[in-house]
Design a protein around this ligand. Structure first.
Ligand code: ZN
Ligand code: ZN
Length: 543
């Protein structure tokens, strides 16, 4: 074991790079991690002190845990979140009067890029309770279900500590370091290949593959005292990895550029709002955005990222949270209504069409939603397959869809997904629809109890073995002679939450000759595209 030198490594190229750096959680829960680096690299401890000076090595390297004390958390119920402190305090006081131990937690920070503040992500959470285990908090959830979309959250009380060992396959070099190590490549062309990354954990298609990452790779203890890996890269490198998993790389070029700008805006807009207990900004799974590093890049999406480098969507001088979804179904949704903690400065719902002659129906009504869902309007995301260079089959499967369950099957799905036994299923009552026809609040009627479910994602999770395509659906129930449901059919429109840019609609607009600016200002009304950072140049003095 060698002693860390207090000297910082010689400045690599990346020290001139003042683009925002994104820390992506790649994996966690590993007993050991093995990797190979295809160029010169240094190794630092987590304090930034050099363990191994910059040099190449063809060997395989391993990291393993030596000893560890796991993180400690406390649990509480997050009732709801506000951007305004006064509103949060008012609600907490009300809940307190009603007998709950409620309090306000402030979280998040302003998002600063190259010296400019693009938006303020400080948020005020109204929370209830303080428990050592999550079960006690779970029990309180029901108190707030009718009026909010509450969930159990945990806060870090004490971060994991321990030692990890980093050594080569021939055991020629080895270091033991507190809590983790950082692998610092000479520049962004050097790749770190992590072997046997588990892909699709929790799904049937779980498999292992090697994945390569450019930029810094940090291997450190996760909360359970196992190993995790984090990739630290300039935002454009991150986007080169995520854009092809967010939109098919064979989509028209202007649509890919629109996607790159939307994804860049969303990533920056959500900084300091997710993974608040974790030492990274975003994770590399569907929860945030799928990031598989260099392995996943495609020259066509790379070009879209490079051509739009630094460009983001602004509205009223504030960076937009430019959410997007696959197929809106014909009308996009108000982003403010989709999430329990509404994204600040996100898009309002619009018709997904370039023509004025579309029959405009009120989709918030039951009759309107039924007429809309059972029709196939000529909107942008209803695109003939032959018009696209690649036409994934999801477009037609999801523009309009239908799923049928028998009653017993449906009752089981509801019980498993909500944890509530409603008894015999009777009916679903729509309580509220958004502007796209998406259900935002429903009540399920059953013989044991009725159950209200709020927010589109919760509704989609509750009513499907996996996840419903969207919450824009109508319910038809076939009854037996006694008036009990036999079969339940959900007929729906669209795939995804439907807020912001409709990706298939964007592809159609691009086919029709629209530029990425036209596409973006169509889906994100009143927005402007502005460049919030510049690429590093050799003359760039970043201090
Ligand atoms: Zn995540
Ligand atoms: Zn659409």
């Amino acid at each position: 074991m060698k002693k860390p030198s207090s000297k910082k490594p010689p400045a690599a190229d990346s020290s001139r790079d003042t683009r925002p750096q994104i820390r992506v959680g790649l994996l966690e829960g590993y007993e050991k991690i093995s990797l190979r680096v295809n160029g010169p690299f240094a190794v630092e401890n987590l304090k930034g002190e050099t363990l191994r000076p910059m040099a190449p090595s063809n060997l395989k390297w391993r990291v393993r845990v030596e000893e560890t004390v796991p993180s400690q958390f406390i649990y509480s119920v997050l009732v709801t979140t506000f951007a305004d402190k006064e509103e949060a305090i008012a609600l907490a006081e009300n809940l307190e009067k009603e007998g709950s131990h409620a309090y306000v937690r402030s979280l998040g920070n302003p998002v600063e890029v190259q010296g400019n503040i693009l938006r303020d992500n400080t948020r005020y959470r109204v929370q209830v309770g303080n428990f050592e285990n999550s079960d006690d908090a779970e029990e309180l959830l029901e108190l707030f279900m009718d009026d909010y979309a509450p969930r159990v959250v945990r806060e870090l009380m004490r971060r994991v500590t321990g030692k990890v060992e980093f050594f080569d396959a021939k055991l020629e070099e080895s270091w033991v370091s507190d809590d983790g190590v950082r692998i610092i490549p000479a520049d962004l062309t050097v790749e770190t290949k992590i072997h046997s990354v588990r892909v699709g954990t929790g799904f049937r298609w779980e498999t292992e593959e090697d994945r390569s990452y450019s930029g810094i790779v940090e291997i450190r203890l996760d909360h359970d005292g196992k190993l995790s890996a984090i990739s630290e890269v300039p935002i454009d490198v991150y986007l080169r990895g995520v854009v092809p998993s967010e939109m098919p790389a064979g989509f028209p070029h202007e649509a890919l550029k629109a996607q790159a700008v939307a994804a860049r805006s969303e990533v920056l807009a959500k900084l300091h709002t997710k993974h608040l207990n974790d030492p990274f900004d975003v994770c590399g799974t569907e929860h945030c955005q799928v990031y598989a590093g260099v392995t996943q890049e495609d020259p066509r999406t790379n070009e879209a990222v490079i051509e739009t480098s630094g460009e983001v969507l602004m509205r009223d001088g504030i960076l937009m949270d430019a959410v997007y979804s696959a197929v809106c179904g014909g009308h996009t949704e108000d982003a403010a209504r989709v999430w329990a903690s509404p994204p600040i400065n996100a898009a309002e719902g619009i018709w997904c069409t370039l023509h004025d002659d579309l029959k405009k129906i009120d989709l918030t009504t039951e009759d309107g939603a039924r007429e809309w869902i059972l029709s196939k309007p000529k909107v942008c995301c209803n695109i003939p397959a032959k018009l696209l260079p690649v036409a994934p089959d999801y477009i037609h499967r999801h523009f309009r869809w239908e799923v049928t369950y028998n009653r017993a099957e449906f009752e089981k799905i509801i019980a498993r997904n909500t944890g509530q036994d409603i008894g015999t299923f009777y009916d679903i009552i729509p309580l509220e629809r958004g502007v796209s026809g998406r259900l935002m609040h429903i009540e399920i009627l059953g013989s044991n109890r009725n159950l209200k479910i709020k927010k589109e994602l919760n509704i989609r999770r509750a009513l499907s073995p996996t996840m419903l395509e969207s919450s824009c659906f109508i319910v038809d129930i076939q009854l037996d002679e006694e008036g009990l449901p036999v079969e339940i059919t959900l007929s729906g429109a669209g795939w995804g939450h439907g807020a912001g840019m409709c990706q298939v609609g964007a592809a159609h607009m691009a086919v029709k000759g629209k530029t990425y600016q036209e596409i973006l200002t169509h889906y994100y009304r009143s927005s402007t595209i502005s460049r919030c950072y510049s690429l590093p140049t050799s003359n760039d003095s970043c201090e």
